[in-house]
Ligand binder design. Structure first.
Ligand code: IVH
Length: 673
């Protein structure tokens, strides 16, 4: 990006961030998610780092959030309460470490240690003790001046009213300062948040979106008796006063000795890989913690080095927040491409400037269909909000038109298929545009991808399939099972080993259940669930092929549209040949097992996180076999949420809704393993 382009973008980003700040802080009504706003701020910050000469004092990156509220006495902080810059990935972390190493003398840089600690999602409060007694507790305010919330903080049991000076380790007793300042985070434990929010509902009062807002709202209550009922808590993360401590860790231990709780989840790390390891540990821990965290904070452990690194703008150079990446982010939509699906549906796909969302880099997102494009009003070149939640395909959810430059281009739906140039139609009453050519190469290609995935042919992904099609080794599904090592060996990009592995993997998957077989055929309107219903009803492929429209209609969940699709699929001569050919090629279709009803009947499960003993697919399969159902999202109707490693929002939602949680062990027991 040129400096002129950066300047233009920065200007627009600042205006947009300011507008959202106003919505958030003044109107209490933010139009976009906080994650999307953070993403915009992050881009602004990155651009300003690239072009520091463009930083201005009024840039939103250059101030500390919040303003003192009227109603509380103002307190000037002796040392300003700073904020933290963010990193979101290992690369950004690395860049931060390299930057600070350059600023430190070589001897310091070489032995650099970091103290990694969970980042509490609450609000910063500074505690001032004189002669060991709590005299002032203040919020951050604008960083220089905060609100005096002493009376409220005194109600928080985790905050000692008197420090236990006599418990200090001997080496720190020599120089006990008269005035001691400790900073930390006030937060609302989750259990408390859930209980109070439920009570708010009962009283017809408005609820709080999250424990952070609830904690912040509570600390700003003018009546301390009300605050006392909110069950707030506190963890210290910084000691401003000098006891002769040399490291951040020592500062923590002093606070702890003095009787102020510190968070036990911290670790001193001496390499980036250790930091990354601890980060993933914290990520796994997150759903089990009884309070909200939004990442990890890294402090250069040596206080001498920390001091030497100094402060830029609002944040110390020697510390950074390694935030959990949110499920939403903003980026630029560079193009819209059309992808032809196996049923001929053209799906518009947004080609994006790569951006990190929920831990992975996203460069494509679905736009679903024409109506969605129109509803969003999206143009090529727009800045957009994208969302990626759990296993869901990333999607464009919002456009930020205020960031337009005027060069954006509207997208026009083509009249012909981008792959085969056959006419494209949109049937009245339907959202999708469809390529009218039933043998469109784009369609058949997708059909092959789908087939290989449904047959679980490991190692036979889109790239390999493209080669097999290009080389004329595969013309119809059955041909997969005729591919030999000799065929593959001679092709570019296939080593002997990979050829052997692929052929072995294919040969190991010739046996298949009827339901998987039906699904693999790619019958329009027939997804995995419908395929299973059909298979359970008819048990063998012969019977399915002979079934009439009426026969199909006797199956619950199957309506006229699906029944018609099934009948016309099996009536088609070409499809009949494909099936015969698959059997000739060695495919064996197992008679469908029909489950005997068990205790899982009528129970709905949601699976989240990684299970260790069995794959998500296997777990799902087993639940279905035992008569239960599996859903992708948690609601009040969910019976159980099975929680694996690194579970996230679904576990939190289940807790909020009071849905029963099962560990993997409990789940295995339930399914009789
Ligand atoms: S160290 C310069 N450690 O995060 C501030 N901060 O986004 C040094 N926070 O203002 C802070 N947990 O309110 C530190 N373990 C932790 C923290 C933590 C939460 C808050 C703090 C800070 C904000 C920055």
């Amino acid at each position: 990006m040129t400096k002129a382009q950066a300047e233009q973008r920065i200007k627009k980003l600042r205006a947009e961030v300011d507008r959202y700040r106003y919505q958030y802080h003044v109107l209490n009504n933010l139009e976009i998610s906080e994650a999307a706003l953070d993403s915009l701020k992050h881009e602004l910050d990155q651009l300003e780092q690239e072009f520091p000469e463009l930083i201005t004092a009024d840039s939103p990156t250059q101030r500390v959030a919040g303003k003192p509220l009227p109603g509380f006495r103002k307190v000037a902080h002796q040392t300003p309460l700073l904020s933290l810059n963010d990193v979101f990935s290992e690369q950004e972390l690395q860049a931060w470490v390299e930057r600070i190493k350059k600023l430190l003398p070589e001897s310091e840089g070489r032995v650099l240690e970091f103290m990694a600690e969970v980042k509490m999602d609450g609000l910063a409060v500074s505690l001032v003790y004189e002669e060991g007694r709590l005299v002032t507790a203040a919020t951050r305010g604008n960083g220089a001046v905060g609100e005096d919330v002493t009376a409220n903080v005194r109600t928080i049991e985790a905050v000692p009213l008197r420090l236990e000076l006599e418990r200090l380790p001997v080496k720190f007793r020599k120089n006990i300062p008269r005035r001691i300042e400790i900073r930390g985070e006030v937060f609302m434990p989750l259990a408390q948040f859930e209980k109070l929010n439920t009570a708010q509902v009962k009283q017809g009062l408005s609820t709080f979106a999250n424990p952070r807002n609830f904690a912040a709202g509570s600390i700003r209550q003018l009546d301390p008796r009300l605050v006392a009922k909110r069950g707030l808590s506190f963890f210290a993360y910084d000691l401003i006063s000098d006891f002769g401590q040399n490291t951040h860790e020592e500062a923590h231990l002093i606070a702890k000795a003095l009787g102020v709780p510190i968070n036990p989840n911290y670790k001193v790390c001496s390499s980036i890989s250790q930091v990354m390891e601890y980060y993933s540990h914290i990520q796994k821990l997150r759903p089990r913690l009884p309070y909200w965290i939004d990442g990890m904070v890294l402090n250069v452990n040596s206080l001498a080095a920390f001091k030497q690194l100094g402060v830029v703008g609002k944040a110390p150079r020697g510390a950074t927040a390694f935030k959990f990446s949110a499920e939403e982010a903003t980026t630029v939509l560079e193009n819209i491409q059309l992808q032809v699906g196996r049923t001929g549906v053209l799906t518009p796909v947004a080609v994006l400037k790569p951006v990190l969302v929920a831990g992975t880099t996203v460069s494509r997102a679905t736009l679903h269909n024409e109506d969605r494009i129109n509803d969003l009003g999206v143009k090529i070149g727009d800045t957009v909000v994208i969302r990626k939640a759990g296993d869901i395909i990333p999607e464009v959810v919002k456009v930020l038109p205020k960031l337009r430059t005027g060069k954006e281009k509207a997208f026009h739906w083509p009249k012909v298929c981008p792959v085969c140039e056959s006419p494209v139609v949109r049937k009245t009453g339907e959202a999708a545009h469809v390529c009218t050519n039933t043998v469109c190469p784009g369609r058949t290609r997708e059909g092959f991808y789908h087939f290989a995935a449904a047959f679980d042919l490991e190692g036979v992904g889109p790239k390999i399939i493209d080669v097999l099609l290009e080389q004329g080794l595969v013309h119809q599904f059955g041909d997969f099972f005729r591919v030999t090592t000799a065929d593959l060996d001679q092709l570019p990009r296939f080593g002997e080993l990979s050829a052997k592995n692929i052929v072995e993997s294919i040969q190991a998957h010739t046996r298949i259940s009827l339901s998987h077989f039906l699904f693999a055929l790619g019958i329009p309107q027939v997804g995995a669930e419908t395929a299973r219903d059909v298979a359970r009803e008819f048990r063998t492929i012969d019977k399915v092929q002979k079934a009439s429209r009426e026969d199909f209609l006797t199956i619950p969940n199957i309506g006229p549209k699906v029944a018609d699709s099934l009948v016309s699929f099996f009536a088609d001569k070409h499809h009949q040949k494909v099936i015969i050919d698959l059997l000739k090629a060695g495919v064996k279709i197992d008679k469908e097992e029909v489950p005997v009803a068990t205790g899982l009947c009528g129970k709905t499960f949601v699976l989240t996180g990684t299970l260790e003993q069995l794959s998500r697919e296997e777990a799902k399969e087993t639940i279905l076999q035992l008569g239960g159902t599996v859903s992708g999202s948690v609601s009040a109707r969910t019976s159980y949420v099975v929680v694996g490693e690194e579970a996230g929002s679904k576990e939190r939602k289940a807790k909020q809704l009071g849905v029963a949680l099962l560990t993997e062990q409990e789940f295995l027991k339930m399914i009789g393993r």
